[in-house]
Design a protein around this ligand. Structure first.
Ligand code: GUN
Length: 280
């Protein structure tokens, strides 16, 4: 039976360290949070991030904008935060409504306040192994793998999903740690052929029941990044937990796995930004 990776407990430790360091700074770190529209999942995520900020002694400045907000108004708000010395980090919750250009918004965030690590400058720094910030979800996964002393060098890592938020940066971080990485996506033929070979399998697709017991190698480490709802409306991931848990060596639950770690890594990035700003 697999060891359950306790993301909640690990996140609590990370946040306690962030809180202790934040308390020692001259000024409280600050996060500006922008939520455009009323996507219910985004509202829940943003509320969680605000709660974490409060726990860590980080001030949050929240802006909830109507779905019809124009690109110009959104960019103007981001630029205002770029200039605001109380703001160390800027987080624009994605996805944005259809008419808005997310890439332009991300590129407008000052790179030293890009605590999501989405700006092309920070993505580049991360990929070459000289990061300023680390992308929150992939960094949270790496932190979990390290906490449970899971070796990566030379091992077969399979990442399902190629999004800019998770799949691509996840593959980059595993590669930097000498994993042998394969990325599967919606156009991959016979995905099970790859997943069955994986020593470390990271699923970030968003499809309930995608990973069955037959798709996982005996003794594999299975990390479930997805946040789906099952037919009863309960939170679940991509992995058929009951079927995979007996085969895996380690497995993350949903909820209580990757989600809390993503948020803890955001807190750590805000602290990094604040320390950098206060050193200037
Ligand atoms: N939407 C889903 N995940 C994230 C995230 O980590 N950051 C932001 N800004 N939006 C998201």
């Amino acid at each position: 039976m697999a060891v359950r990776i306790d993301g909640k407990a690990l996140a609590a430790k990370v946040k306690a360290r962030v809180a202790a360091e934040a308390a020692g700074l001259r000024r409280r770190p600050g996060l500006a949070v922008v939520l455009v529209g009323d996507d219910p999942a985004s509202k829940v995520y943003v509320a969680g991030k605000e709660r974490d900020c409060a726990e860590c002694g980080i001030e949050s400045f929240s802006h909830r904008l109507p779905a019809e907000t124009s690109q110009a108004d959104l960019l103007a708000l981001v630029r205002r935060f770029n200039e605001d010395d109380r703001v160390d980090g800027i987080l624009v919750q994605l996805p944005l409504p259809e008419h808005l250009n997310g890439e332009a918004v991300i590129s407008t965030i000052a790179p030293d306040k890009d605590v999501d690590c989405f700006h092309p400058f920070n993505v580049g720094r991360m990929v070459i192994g000289d990061p300023v910030f680390l992308p929150c979800t992939p960094a949270g996964v790496m932190e979990m793998l390290d906490a449970y002393e899971i070796p990566l060098r030379g091992r077969r890592c399979v990442v399902l999903g190629r999004s800019n938020i998770v799949g691509k940066p996840m593959a980059a971080l595993l590669t930097l740690r000498d994993g042998t990485v394969t990325v599967c996506h919606s156009r991959t033929e016979d995905m099970a052929r790859y997943t069955r070979e994986a020593d470390i399998l990271v699923s970030a697709v968003g499809r309930t029941g995608l990973i069955t017991g037959g798709m996982v190698k005996e003794g594999a480490v299975v990390i479930d990044v997805a946040m789906n709802r099952d037919e009863h409306g309960r939170l679940c991931g991509d992995v058929d937990f009951a079927a995979v848990e007996p085969k895996a060596s380690h497995i993350t639950p949903v909820p209580g796995g990757v989600g809390p770690m993503t948020r803890a890594m955001l807190m750590r990035n805000i602290l990094t930004a604040a320390k950098c700003h206060q050193a200037q």
